[in-house]
Design a protein around this ligand. Structure first.
Ligand code: PEP
Ligand code: MN
Length: 344
């Protein structure tokens, strides 16, 4: 359940409510908004009645939340979550583009890609230093060396870094270099890792597991948020279906569905979602059309030489073209689509 405090509730009243919750074996998650404080209650015993809470000083109302996820739900927080980084607002009015190679291969490759991303208006640089590969015999990433190259790319271009963390024990190290920590599809239900990134103060980009249902996806975000980190970006990256013409099936249904039930921003990754370079541009625009807050795109100066995911990686010209299309599309969308039509 969620407790909405009165606008003028005092610090003391808030801490008394939190104390009451803790005394009854539950956890209080305090979220201090612009106007009022909201307290999420996690794990209440059944003998604690709603009426008890309603009588505590400073409480305006108590909202029971029936869904298994609470903190990530719209019932808990009505307004969209926005994450501001280096002048870029994620979950705001404009789509945010994260672009870069699948893997960091060497210093010059990541620097070259970073310049391409920057020149064409990309907002954040991606690149895997730790790679979760399907085969143990393929390139596994440069590890810490890769993180250092990402740092150099940031120093040169000013682009902030998104990179994946594979294990809980590496969270402190990756957090030293990354501005957004990525949790990959294969780790969406690695609960120890989710809890570990829940305890840091940096945004987390959580990719949907390749066979995860919507509720499971949101429950994974709930793990992160229940540890105190509310800077979460969800990312749809395609799910496994019977199709063979594309690597995955990009489930764009999930974008407006998440907008309805959660306040968290949702990104789309058409590179992993399709596995096909020729499908990235149309699916990027489709993702924006259904309301995605941003895109994650794989880009490489010479995709044919990429050490991983070459087939789903854009070259500089295709990326430039996509960025121009996004610009036009966003302007058109804001003019025509986002306005409520006159129904009379
Ligand atoms: C990636 O973004 O490089 C990646 C491995 O993605 P996913 O976890 O979605 O497969
Ligand atoms: Mn990849």
């Amino acid at each position: 359940m969620v407790i909405v405090m009165q606008a003028n509730a005092s610090e003391q009243q808030i801490s008394q409510v939190a104390q009451f919750i803790n005394q009854h074996g539950a956890k209080a998650h305090i979220s201090q908004g612009e106007e009022r404080t909201i307290i999420g209650v996690i794990g209440f015993r059944h003998d604690v009645r709603l009426e008890h809470l309603q009588t505590l000083a400073g409480v305006e109302k108590v909202i029971p939340i029936t869904k298994p996820y609470k903190l990530v739900s719209r019932e808990f927080k009505k307004d969209n979550t926005q994450i501001s980084l280096n002048g870029v607002t994620i979950g705001g009015k404009f789509p945010v583009i994260i672009a870069g190679p699948c893997s960091v291969e060497n210093e010059s490759q990541i620097l070259e890609t970073a310049r391409i991303v920057k020149e064409n208006g990309g907002h954040l640089l991606r690149g895997g230093a730790y790679k979760p590969r399907s085969s143990p015999y393929t390139f596994q990433g440069l590890g810490e060396e890769g993180l250092k190259y990402l740092k150099r790319a940031k120093e040169e271009t000013g682009l902030y870094i998104v990179t994946e963390v594979l294990e809980a024990m590496y969270v402190p190290l990756v957090a030293e270099f990354a501005d957004i920590l990525q949790i990959g599809a294969r780790n969406m239900q690695n609960y120890e890792l989710l809890k570990a990134v829940g305890r840091i103060k940096k945004p987390v980009l959580l990719k949907r597991g390749m066979s995860a249902q919507l509720t499971e996806f949101l429950m994974s975000a709930e793990y992160i948020m229940s540890e105190g980190n509310n800077q979460i970006i969800l990312c749809e990256r395609g799910i496994r279906t019977f199709v063979e013409y594309s690597r995955n099936t990009l489930d764009l249904n999930v974008v407006p569905a998440i907008k309805n039930i959660s306040h968290l921003p949702i990104f789309v990754d058409p590179s992993h979602g399709t596995g096909r370079r020729d499908l990235i541009e149309p699916l990027s625009l489709a993702a924006l059309a259904v309301g995605a807050d941003g895109l994650m795109i794989e880009v490489h100066p010479r995709p044919e030489q990429a050490w991983s995911d070459a087939d789903q990686t854009l070259d500089p010209v295709a990326f430039k073209r996509l960025m121009k299309k996004i610009k036009h599309f966003t302007a058109w969308q804001q003019k025509f689509v986002e306005q409520e039509p006159d129904l009379n």
